[in-house]
Design a protein around this ligand. Structure first.
Ligand code: ADP
Ligand code: MG
Length: 391
């Protein structure tokens, strides 16, 4: 997983993208999209559409699947990558994709560049790699299975990451400058530095320790807990200052397990400083120290969030103290899968207007002024073509 065949993006024709997009759209209410539905969404003749579908499968941009009741097509990560990259390039956010910089736990990171040869980091979210890590627990998974797929969760994760990065960046937090996002892809400033996990010497561990703990406290004073605050998600620059990355799992300080998450973030840092720099301090923040100045958590979700993010954000919360004892039982909900198959034949819930908007944007024909606007008044997240596709 994770290979990006960037060259091929140029060889896909308009009809190829049309069909790819039709499958994406079909997945809004079908786990497997029948060929006839793809042809009808794409308004292509069945024969021609089938030929393109076979080609796309051959190029591994989607998969053919057969279940007891249906057979058809399902978009996979490479196909989703293509759609996101094509859209971002049509917005002139990037023109080239370079080397892979990192493989995160749940992402692939590439260096990309725009027409001015400015470089950025592209983060492709890949939930599902370590299966349930980012899902609070399996109960959530089963309960919400009807709208769950790894592509959907990856898109949710990217949207949340962009939203939080933007809000934090605008408040002067040391985070990469967000540039744009689409589907499961986030483009951001390329941070100059190394992840703290690769750093073995610092001049002043005490100063660095304070900077890190102050950041945890400042975040909490703004209503937020990182939730995965550790040496892998802090980048250190040449002057030994930190930049915080990786936000999809952030939780609010009003979450029922907030104190537990907070303490865990603090402990990760204390343990790391002890282990790596043999530095220990009696001073470390506790949940009681929080003096809430503002509620970024509330602000972010009140402002122009897409409905998906508002409803399903909790699915991205990290496992809490109670995660384990809930993972056993779980009767299958018999209605969970079947309910998705409605809308067969007709277009069902598929919004053709949306389909055409997405196509226009893929071709770079969409008006561009919206997409970098301020998140908090949010054409970005509220924008129509960030459709709540059930991917
Ligand atoms: P994951 O959620 O998969 O852990 P991260 O956002 O933590 O993904 O990114 C994985 C790795 O990629 C990081 O540890 C870091 O080395 C690198 N990385 C991520 N974002 C940037 C960036 N904006 N600039 C430079 N390197 C980055
Ligand atoms: Mg990380």
């Amino acid at each position: 997983m994770g290979k990006l065949n960037v060259v091929m993006i140029r060889y896909l024709s308009r009809d190829d993208f049309r069909v790819l997009t039709a499958v994406e759209m079909g997945m809004k209410n079908h786990e497997i999209v029948p060929a006839s539905l793809v042809a009808s969404i794409a308004s292509l003749k069945h024969g021609g559409c089938n030929k393109i579908l076979r080609e796309l499968v051959k190029h591994k941009l989607m998969v053919f699947e057969r279940s007891k009741t249906v057979q058809g097509y399902r978009l996979n990560y490479p196909g989703y990558d293509y759609l996101a990259l094509k859209t971002l390039s049509s917005r002139d956010v990037l023109v080239s994709v370079g080397n892979q910089m990192g493989v995160g736990k749940e992402s692939d990171i590439y260096i990309v560049a725009n027409a001015e040869e400015e470089q950025f980091a592209l983060k492709l979210h890949r939930l599902g790699r370590t299966s349930f890590r980012n899902l609070k627990n399996k109960r959530d998974y089963h309960k919400h299975r009807h709208k769950m797929s790894w592509l959907y969760l990856s898109r949710l994760s990217a949207m949340k990451e962009f939203a939080y990065m933007k809000a934090l960046y605008d408040r002067g937090f040391p985070v990469p400058k967000p540039v744009d996002f689409n589907r499961h892809a986030v483009v951001m400033e390329l941070v100059n530095g190394y992840p703290l996990c690769q750093v073995h010497d610092v001049e002043d561990p005490a100063a660095l320790y304070s900077e890190v703990m102050e950041l945890i406290v400042k975040l909490a004073n703004h209503g937020l807990i990182h939730g995965d605050f550790n040496e892998f998600n802090l980048m250190l620059d040449d002057n030994d200052h930190i930049t915080m990355i990786d936000f999809p799992q952030m939780v609010s300080t009003s979450h029922p397990n907030a104190e537990w998450y907070f303490d865990r973030d603090v402990k990760c840092i204390r343990d790391f400083f002890m282990r790596r720099f043999s530095y220990e301090s009696e001073l470390y923040p506790t949940f009681k120290d929080i003096r809430k100045e503002c509620s970024l958590d509330v602000e972010i979700s009140a402002s122009g969030f897409s409905k998906d993010l508002q409803e399903d954000e909790f699915l991205l919360h990290p496992a809490g103290p109670d995660a384990e004892d809930e993972s056993e039982e779980e009767a299958e909900d018999p209605t969970a899968t079947g309910s998705r198959e409605k809308g067969e034949g007709a277009h069902g819930l598929i919004d053709m207007e949306e389909f055409h908007k997405v196509l226009l944007e893929l071709e770079g024909l969409k008006v561009k002024e919206e997409h970098n606007d301020h998140l908090c008044n949010s054409p970005v997240l509220g924008r129509k073509h960030c459709f709540p596709i059930g991917l």
